[in-house]
Design a protein around this ligand. Structure first.
Ligand SMILES: NC(=O)c1ccc[n+]([C@@H]2O[C@H](COP(=O)([O-])OP(=O)(O)OC[C@H]3O[C@@H](n4cnc5c(N)ncnc54)[C@H](O)[C@@H]3O)[C@@H](O)[C@H]2O)c1
Length: 320
């Protein structure tokens, strides 16, 4: 298939673009490099360096079999203090994309949605049937896009899949996480090991969990890319399917820090700080639906393996 990857110079988009190319697809990346890196675009892939708002019509006019839409603003804290950046940057931009796809007859869409659309769960593991009550603007914008996709699919025959990722981690070959503002636990902890940060903060050790720290679901970025390939194959005209993607295993903050200590050999000093408002104790995905309908199964579920891949990538960047 000829596929457009928006946000393909970012973390998840670059890994997916690389896996798509390896699977024989023709890939074009559209990215404004606002948080991405030109050198993260896989070899042989054309980079259109532009914003979706400016360039999407011209690009899709070339003719594509589908779009994988990763491009977004995705900092939860920033979304609360600068909501306009998120409503415009995520929702308005995605509507422009949907309209351009309609205009140019692009038949398939795979969208990067998020666990943040659910907010604080009544039950874990979280299934797709759970109520969607986002607790931050970022999650609210992603949920709004999901709603828009549902109605475009029903009205205009789009074949659409939204994938609601939990915490993405790990790396693949030369593609990994390089966010200017890092908010994800594993890269933050590894920044201590690589000398870019002195200590880590653990937000509360009195949660109702086994070791008292918050539990999250970490999905390896390669397993996530595999789910995108399957979503493309299973997308059906006129339908919008939604799947949660996690590895189904929760790891506590303490377990993550211990795994990073083991993999890096660094003591990684950690301090306990007060709980953060709005942090649920446990967020773990049920990925049963993706397993059953897409035939997807996460293969890289071992925490030490996920951390090792992220650490190898961190060290390759330091040597670069
Ligand atoms: N990383 C995670 O743990 C995680 C979890 C859940 C959902 N997601 C979603 O997955 C997607 C990718 O996340 P990521 O961690 O790779 O983020 P990222 O910031 O590394 O990648 C996003 C890319 O999109 C580009 N971009 C942003 N706005 C653009 C626009 N208007 N036009 C063109 N390019 C634009 C950026 O330059 C960047 O390269 C996002 O939609 C994010 O919300 C990520």
């Amino acid at each position: 298939m000829k596929l457009l990857v928006t946000g393909g110079a970012g973390y998840v988009g670059s890994v997916c673009a690389a896996r798509l190319v390896e699977s024989g697809h023709e890939v074009v990346v559209l990215d404004d490099l606002s948080t991405g890196h030109a050198d993260a675009v896989p070899d042989g892939v054309r980079l259109v360096e532009a914003g979706i708002d400016d360039a999407i019509g011209d690009v899709l006019a070339e003719g594509f079999d589908g779009v994988l839409h990763f491009a977004a603003k995705s900092l939860v804290g920033e979304s609360m203090v600068d909501p306009a950046k998120y409503w415009h940057g995520n929702v308005v931009t995605s509507l422009r994309l949907l309209d351009a796809m309609r205009e140019h007859g692009t038949p398939r869409l795979v969208f990067s949605s998020t666990a943040a659309t659910y907010g604080e769960p009544d039950q874990v593991p979280i299934a797709e049937t759970a109520p969607t009550r986002p607790t931050n603007t970022y999650g609210a914008t992603k949920l709004a896009i999901d709603h828009a996709i549902t109605s475009y699919a029903a009205a205009h025959g789009l074949a659409a899949v939204s994938l609601r990722y939990f915490n993405v981690a790990g790396a693949y070959r030369r593609f990994g996480e390089r966010h200017g503002v890092e908010t994800h636990l594993i890269p933050i902890v590894l920044q201590v090991a690589s000398g870019r940060r002195e200590r880590v903060q653990v937000y509360g050790d009195d949660w109702p969990t086994e070791d008292g720290t918050c539990v999250r679901d970490y999905i390896h970025v390669v397993d996530l890319a595999d789910a995108h390939l399957r979503a493309l194959e299973h997308a059906a005209a006129g339908e919008h399917r939604i799947y949660n993607l996690g590895n189904g295993l929760g790891f506590s903050v303490k377990q993550v820090i211990d795994a990073c200590r083991e993999v890096t050999g660094h003591p990684i000093p950690a301090d306990v700080a007060p709980r953060r408002a709005g942090d649920p104790a446990v967020l773990v995905a049920s990925s049963e639906k993706a397993r059953t309908e897409l035939g997807w199964k996460p293969e890289r579920v071992d925490l030490a393996g996920i951390v090792r891949d992220a650490w190898d990538f961190t060290r390759s960047q330091q040597g670069a």
